[in-house]
Design a protein around this ligand. Sequence first.
Ligand SMILES: [Zn+2]
Length: 331
Amino acid sequence: MMHEHLLIEFARWRRDAGSLDIPPYDDVRSAGPINLKNRHWISYYGKHPDEYSLDEEDVAIEEAGLFGKAGGGTIVDVTNPDLRRDPQALKRISKATNLHVVMGCGTYVGSMHPPDMDERTSEELANEMVSDMLQGADGTAIRSGIIGEIGTEFPITENEEKSLVAAALAQQNSGAAISIHPGRDSKAPLAVMKHLLSAGADPERVIMGHLDRTLFEEGDFTELADTGCYLEFDLFGQESSYYAHGPIDMPNDATRIDHIIALLAKGFGEKILLSQDICQKTNTTTYGGHGYAHILENVVPMMKRKRIGMQDIDRMLIHNPARILPLVDST
Ligand SMILES: [Zn+2]
């Protein structure tokens, strides 16, 4: 799974500073713990103080364990420091579940950047990522294995542009792949690619994430694929037509597969990656959600029903990740 979060907390720096301004929820379903009576509503609107964090290590171990039981081997956890990355906890989860966990680095979207982001240079941001990958992250000897998820909004802000340039520099000095969270606009992925390419990134080592909620027309997928980047459908299991971040027609899993079938037919099978981006409590089975094993348990059978061959399924779930994840010799 190429884009997941085992533990996460949004807006970490503002939370730490006590300056996170969440307006009070005006519905009784937001009060009290998540239960059977309110979980659908919380999942639909995201309006619960506990929803936007995964903060229970025992739950993460149990949830990741279900993925292992379903045949899964590796979880790429693209949580960066802005999302409260915790290297020691990831190591414990990996050991407890016998799963490979690949850890991320870098910065998320502008509104969640660290307080001193204005003063940081691209070079400093790049050095921090390279050190996370080659020495160890957050004062530990635990190393990151992927750059990202690098967050951007649309239009891309100045600090986000710095972050993209930094990602390209860090790639040149580590050989790692870059995983991108693009803004919610069909023009966002190409805008990100432009910044990355002019800073010297290798397009064949870039993963454009969250395409399920970003691109809707076949032509847009093809235009992006022509840049050489990987196309990631990482919101499998999110099937609600309501999307808290804006008015789009969110695809369901069947529609996602139809986009994938079209891309396979055009010869882009080597560039497709899949995931579920589990990042909210109600995404986990503990809170009544689909969990990390959803693709293996439910999506693969649907792909077979829609006549995607086993060779293509293996490609998307095994061979493409195996090609993009290693740190390649960048000299
Ligand atoms: Zn994510």
